[in-house]
Write a protein that binds this ligand. Structure first.
Ligand code: ADP
Length: 705
């Protein structure tokens, strides 16, 4: 006995506190009994000490466990409960004796607020990790949530393993989590609803707006007095401004809904940059500032990218540049940053000499509806959406749009994007003709933006260029060395003609004059004083090459080298009177389309919906069969897709050209219309050139017969 007791005494306190609770309670009682019988001896006193110590330890562990508030159940290998702590009784109002020997899983199943149909698989489900999903159980205080944990404890009862389940009350955490979840779901639903509303509202606004723009065009073409024309133009300008805002809002909706899709294709960066420059040049010239573009010679001629979106970003940035610049101008540059066999990284930067951006505003302006100037007096129009949209597009292209700016001095917005090379290798490298090797060009201009870019162009062609700002510097330069050609800027240089005369014939290399489109009237005079050619600003890469090459070689300048930007007269499609069926449920659109087509000499029949379109089409025969069908997509009774299918199914010969009419520019709509049988689509508002181009392809039924 003593031996047993000593062993017991020497034994280390078990590491798992709960094992102390039951087995040791039996042991202490046993020791107490022995102690009472052997009272008085030293051994017994020692023994009693041990008993007290053990009792103390036991009590300490027990109270610690109960104070944690956790419910603890233990079961043997056959999952029969062998122990339940006091918290179990306190929480569920069931005495330990009420559950001893019962199935652990059954007891918990019975406690579940929503009892599962079979034995609760909760405890049985995840023994490996030990973690159990939260569960709602009926307690004395009503339903509460518990987090469960089941482990097999190291301590053994006889030879069998002990399973221990700890249940922790997590009702508060649970309530907070479900509150957060609810708030998130609400926010998501609200955001989705907002995006849907924006898309719908913008679409609904776009349709009548297109009507307004089209009608203003018709009005302008109808022989108005100059006063009336001014009003009609104002309607047109305001309508166009509103349309661009609506487009921005639509884009923003797409971006927020994560539906901004790129449509990369094999295209030319130079063409995009020149396009943007050409489009915005009148705006810059109207403000008396410069706009110029430059694409470095090592940027490949063709790369794979989404032209529409790149154009949009550059127009936004350069448009802002023009808006916020009073003197100087805006330059758009594209340079090659890196290149592998598969890809190129191209850096675009748009630099202006405008008002600049205060350091504290530099990040904020990229947020939607944010503008630099936050006062009540707004000097600059705008919605604050352009930069947010541009940044989102650039991010979609895997780049980042950033700004560097000095307040009062100007800003540079820049981004780099990765563009795959086209798969055919021969056109990847852009080889500019190095026709200016060994040639020296003198450029006379006080302007800040375009002339430095002209210098870079001359370098790209293998030559060298010196830029001077006035006639006396030009004279000094010419007496210092000989030049093969010179370009004299008419703007700013008091008078280009005078400059040329002042330099003197004997010293003078062949020269061309740089003119603004508004200075075209002086060209005759310029030729007279000795300029052999001219370049209209902003100068296109192709034109400058042709003009300078001709100058240095003393050849006459070919007419196609010159930037002739006269408005193209409306094309007359003489002899191609087509029979066209227009199906659209919007009477204003019908009126517009009809006017556009009839002014081109075509014969137009209209239908108000898809059903009528199919009926009219199939009823037409002989001379009256239609060459072309313009089909709106969203119409009552029968939508455009179904109507197109029905018309195709009629199998008319000769096959009519079917064009879908839609304001939706997405690739999905394009695919869907083609799948229905359309040959193409016309984007509303209908662009006259696009219409002519598409109709130009169609021989009329009479010609085909
Ligand atoms: P919007 O021009 O329609 O107001 P943006 O998002 O394009 O909207 O620009 C947001 C703001 O950023 C502008 O209102 C302006 O304060 C500032 N900003 C943008 N570009 C320039 C620039 N080139 N120079 C100075 N400020 C600019």
């Amino acid at each position: 006995m003593i031996l047993v007791m000593t062993t017991s005494h020497d034994r280390p306190v078990p590491r798992d506190p709960v094992t102390i609770l039951r087995p040791r309670r039996g042991l202490t009682r046993f020791l107490e009994t022995i102690g009472a019988r052997w009272a008085g001896s030293t051994a017994v006193e020692e023994l009693q000490d041990t008993i007290w110590r053990l009792r103390e330890i036991t009590e300490r562990y027990r109270s610690a466990i109960e104070a944690s508030g956790d419910v603890i159940l233990r079961a043997d290998a056959s999952r029969r409960i062998v122990f339940a702590n006091e918290n179990f009784t306190a929480t569920f109002g069931i005495a330990e004796t009420g559950v001893l020997g019962r199935s652990l899983d059954r007891v918990i199943t019975d406690l579940a607020v929503v009892p599962p149909p079979n034995l609760d698989p909760w405890l049985l489900s995840d023994h490996v990790s030990g973690a159990l999903s939260d569960r709602e159980l009926s307690t004395r205080d009503g339903p509460r949530w518990f987090m469960g944990r089941e482990i097999e404890v190291a301590e053994r009862l006889g030879d069998t393993a002990v399973i221990q389940v700890v249940l922790r009350d997590v009702t508060e955490r649970h309530a907070m989590e479900s509150e957060l979840r609810r708030a998130r779901d609400l926010a998501e639903a609200a955001s989705a609803a907002k995006s849907r509303f924006l898309a719908l509202a913008s679409h609904e606004i776009r349709t009548p707006l297109n009507g307004i723009l089209g009608m203003a065009d018709l009005l302008l073409a109808s022989g108005l007095t100059s006063e009336q024309a001014t009003y009609a133009r104002a309607v047109r300008t305001s309508g166009a401004a509103l349309l661009s805002i609506v487009d921005d809002v639509l884009d923003l909706g797409k971006i927020e809904a994560g539906r901004l899709e790129l449509q990369p294709d094999d295209a030319s960066i130079e063409a995009v940059v020149e396009d943007v420059v050409e489009l915005l040049a009148p705006r810059a010239q109207a403000r008396g500032i410069e706009l110029a573009g430059y694409v470095a010679a090592d940027v490949p001629r063709r790369l794979i990218f989404d032209t529409v979106r790149l154009r949009q970003v550059l127009i936004n940035l350069a448009g802002n540049g023009i808006k916020f610049t009073e003197r100087g101008g805006v330059a758009i540059n594209a340079t090659l940053k890196a290149r592998t066999k598969e890809h190129c990284v191209v850096t675009f930067d748009v630099t202006d000499t405008g008002i600049g951006i205060a350091r504290q505003d530099a990040e904020r302006i990229f947020t939607e509806y944010e503008q630099g100037e936050n006062g009540t007096t707004r000097r600059y129009a705008g919605t604050g959406l352009g930069l947010a949209i541009s940044r989102a597009i650039v991010r979609r292209m895997q780049g980042e749009l950033e700004v560097q700016s000095e307040f009062g001095k100007g800003s540079t917005f820049a981004f780099s994007v990765l563009m795959p090379n086209p798969t055919y290798p021969e056109i990847v490298a852009r080889s500019d003709p190095a026709e200016l090797i060994g040639r020296h060009i003198l450029i006379v201009s006080p302007a800040e933006i375009e002339p430095p870019l002209l210098v870079r162009r001359v370098h790209d062609f293998g030559g060298t260029a010196l830029l001077v700002t006035n006639p006396s510097e030009a004279r000094a330069a010419l007496s210092a060395r000989s030049y093969d050609a010179m370009l004299v800027d008419q703007t700013g240089v008091a008078d280009a003609a005078e400059t040329l005369v002042a330099i003197g014939l004997d010293q003078r290399p062949p020269a061309a004059v740089l003119v603004a489109p508004s200075d075209r009237g002086t060209l005759e005079l310029m030729r007279h004083v000795g300029f052999s050619g001219y370049l209209v600003k902003p100068v296109r890469a192709q034109s400058i090459a042709k003009v300078i090459f001709a100058l240095v070689e003393g050849r006459p300048i070919a007419a196609d080298a010159l930037d002739v930007r006269v408005p193209v007269a409306p094309r007359r499609l003489e002899g191609r009177k087509l029979k066209i069926l227009v199906a659209d449920d919007n009477p204003i659109n019908v009126l517009l389309t009809r006017a556009m087509l009839e002014s081109r000499g075509h014969r137009v029949t209209t239908a108000e919906d898809g059903r009528q379109a199919v009926d009219v089409f199939t009823a037409a025969s002989g001379d009256m069969t239609f060459d072309v069908v313009l089909m709106d997509l969203h119409m009552p009774t029968l939508d455009g897709y179904v109507a197109i299918r029905a018309i195709r199914a009629a199998n008319q010969s000769p096959r009519p050209l079917i064009l879908a009419l839609t304001a939706d520019v997405t690739a999905e709509t394009e695919r869907a219309t083609r799948a229905a049988g359309a040959d193409g689509r016309l984007i509303k508002p209908i662009d006259a050139d696009a219409l002519d181009a598409l109709l130009g392809e169609v021989p009329s039924a009479a010609l085909r017969a």
